[in-house]
Every structure is written in C-alpha cells, then in structure tokens.
Design a protein around this ligand. Structure first.
Ligand code: ZN
Length: 188
C-alpha cells in the first residue's frame, strides 16, 4: 500500500543533517520511494527528498515536464556536477524557489544553469541526466537536502533576513513541526 507521509518543516533535525548512503535497495527502500512519489504528487511538488519525510537517507524523487520531455525518477546515492554559478543578483520573477519544508514561501535564488546528475534507480542501475534550467534547479535543491542544506541557507542577506522573520513568526525553526499534504496548507 502506498501512503502519503507527513512533510517535515524547517527546524526538524533530519532536515539539517547530512543524510547517509543507501547500502542495499530493500523492500523498505522501495516502499519509501513509492510513498515519496505519492507524497510529492499530493503536496504538490516537483521534487522531494527523503529527509522531508523524516528519513535521513540519500534519496530524492523528481517529476518535471519541460514541455519536451517528462523527467520522473528516483535518485539514490546521487552525485551532482555543476556549471559555474553566476554572481549576478537573482531575477525576482524567473529565479524564485520554494520548498515543501518551508511551506507557502518563495524567494529568489541563483542556481547553476547546468547540473549533471549521476544516480542509481530502484532497479540498482546507475544513470545520468544532464539537466538545464528548472530541472537543474530541482536537482540542486534536492541534492542540497541530502547534505542538510535548505534553500533558506543559501539566500542573499535581505531575503535571508525576511525568511528568518517568517520562520520565527510561524513557530518553525524548532523540532517537531510537519504538515500533511492534501490536508494542510492548501496551495494558493
Ligand atoms: Zn525543499
């Protein structure tokens, strides 16, 4: 049976800790990945990392259609190679990012334009995707999650200040908060 799992909110220690490698793809891992797809879909989101459902393992799932190709998959023990990051200020319309673990908020953030993902799927096969644009952004965001980094940790100062205030006013930034896709935080 596939289950929607609650999504952890910033402050939960698993979100701020480096996740560990998956040693063997067991039935438990297959169940986790199936639940992650279900949870991502319900949220709804374009990516979800295992720490966001409270599991400190190096797994994320993604689901993105760039108009040409539908990219959907699980990335187990991923590696990511990035193109150089521009030092320009992020565009406040086209380079805005959000996170299911900081629900309802969005802030501008610059990401590398190209990201080469190498990862293992549930069959245990290694694969590669050379991503650009939004898919590259998704990969960077989800990969960060596996290293205990949220996009909030990468924001430029004025945005970081605003984000800090929001997190405090919501009562987040401490352990114990989560939300249930399909029930809480109905997306605008
Ligand atoms: Zn996130």
């Amino acid at each position: 049976m596939v289950t929607i799992r609650p999504i952890t909110i910033t402050g939960e220690p698993v979100l701020h800790t480096r996740a560990i490698e998956v040693a063997v793809i067991t039935e438990e891992i297959r169940q986790l990945v199936a639940d992650m797809y279900e949870t991502m879909e319900a949220a709804p989101g374009v990516g979800l990392a295992a720490p966001q459902v409270g599991i400190g393992l190096r797994i994320f799932v993604f689901d993105w259609d760039d108009g040409d190709t539908h990219y959907r998959g699980e990335a187990i023990n991923p590696e990511l190679e990035l193109s150089e990051l521009s030092e320009e200020w992020p565009d406040e319309d086209s380079e805005v990012e959000g996170c299911l673990s900081i629900p309802g908020e969005r802030f501008p953030l610059k990401r590398a334009n190209v990201a080469l993902l190498r990862a293992t799927n549930l069959k245990g096969e290694r694969y590669e995707i050379n991503a650009t644009g939004w898919l590259a952004r998704i990969f960077q965001h989800e990969f960060d999650h596996l290293n205990g980094t949220l996009y909030a940790d990468r924001l430029l100062k004025p945005y970081a200040r605003e984000m800090k205030k929001i997190i405090k006013s919501e009562g987040w930034g401490v352990p114990g908060n989560s939300w249930m896709p399909g029930k809480d935080f109905l997306e605008p």
